[in-house]
Design a protein around this ligand. Structure first.
Ligand code: CP
Ligand code: NVA
Length: 318
């Protein structure tokens, strides 16, 4: 255990005090070491006490998993969380980010921020003198991707060469899956209706980071995309902030539902993932979500373990 801990610390010590704004902020070796630490924490083989450190949560969008898993992760590390909801702080009345970030840096030790634009998140990171974590923006959801790949690693025992097919909107979740997957050697296919494909700049970024010859590809045909898939992943068709498009998208995406038919085309070992919350009967059927291939609730649990590991690293607990 001592040499394993030394390996983890030597890979991750350079990430102490660093921001986690994009999946690309961690490299391949760092992600794998973070997974080792996550597993140690998950199975009670390691205890890390950071001593009364404080995480500030700034969430301008709803959240169950991210909010609660960060709070519980911090509590398990001996720290505390303060909820800096913009509706009850001066943020909601227009106090500039550059002032807010500098003030909060004098009270807190780390900030987790959920907001709309990536530029706003980057503005916080520019002015804060403490680490900033992306808890979801319109562009990326990097903490989610860490939990997703930890779940896949636990299930298959490896990541290199795994075929992951994401069926649905080319959104924040798809973007982080592509970037993180590319660095881990996972073949990531993103299958969306025409006009809803992932951002081409993110696709190019993922391709430029790809390792072990893995393929990052875009496709519009779910029946084709799930062939040989060991992981089928989906997310809502209309993300937070796109509620007005819900009805329009429901029609356009109707052939992109994850159901038993797709599961039967995929590899026999296929697992089903969804970041949640799910809209049963839209992007996924009840049968697929609750069926024997589903690892969705383990995936949700793993948010806690990867984020506990991430906080421990950023706050110098190794
Ligand atoms: N998957 C996820 O981020 O869930 P929440 O929106 O509930 O945090
Ligand atoms: N794409 C979804 C993910 C929710 C966790 C959204 O941004 O609303």
């Amino acid at each position: 255990m001592a040499s394993a801990n030394f390996g983890i610390a030597s890979e991750l010590s350079s990430f102490c005090k660093r921001d986690f704004l994009s999946s690309s902020d961690l490299n391949h070796n760092q992600i794998l070491s973070l997974f080792e630490l996550s597993k140690q924490l998950k199975y009670g083989n390691r205890r890390i006490d950071l001593g009364n450190r404080v995480l500030g949560l700034i969430f301008t969008k709803a959240s169950t998993r991210t909010r609660v898993s960060f709070q519980v992760a911090m509590a398990r590390l001996g720290g505390q969380t303060v909820d800096l909801n913009p509706q009850v702080t001066q943020l909601g009345r227009g106090e500039p980010i550059k002032d807010t970030a500098r003030v909060l840096s004098r009270y807190c030790d780390v900030l987790a921020i959920r907001t709309f634009s990536q530029a706003e998140l980057e503005e916080y990171a520019k002015w804060a003198t403490i680490p900033v974590i992306n808890a979801l923006t319109d562009l990326e959801h990097p903490c989610q991707a860490l939990a997703d790949y930890l779940t896949i690693l636990e299930k298959f025992g490896h990541l290199k060469g795994i075929n992951l097919s994401y069926i649905g909107d080319g959104n924040n979740v798809a973007n982080s899956l592509m970037i993180c997957g590319a660095m881990l050697g996972v073949n990531v296919r993103i299958c969306s209706p025409k006009g809803f494909e992932a951002d081409s700049k993110i696709v190019d970024k993922a391709k430029s980071l790809s390792r072990f010859g893995c393929e990052i590809s875009i496709n519009n045909d779910p029946l084709e995309a799930v062939k040989k898939a060991q992981v089928i992943y989906t997310d809502v068709w209309a993300s937070m902030g796109q509620e007005k498009e819900q009805l329009k998208r429901k029609k356009i995406f109707q052939n992109h539902i994850v159901d038993q038919k797709l599961i039967e085309i995929a590899d026999k070992s296929v697992i089903i993932l969804h970041c949640l919350p799910a809209h049963r009967g839209e992007e996924i059927t009840e049968e697929a979500l609750e069926g024997k291939n589903s690892c969705i609730f383990t995936q949700a649990e793993n948010r806690l373990h990867v984020q506990q590991a991430l906080l421990a690293v950023q706050l110098g607990g190794l």
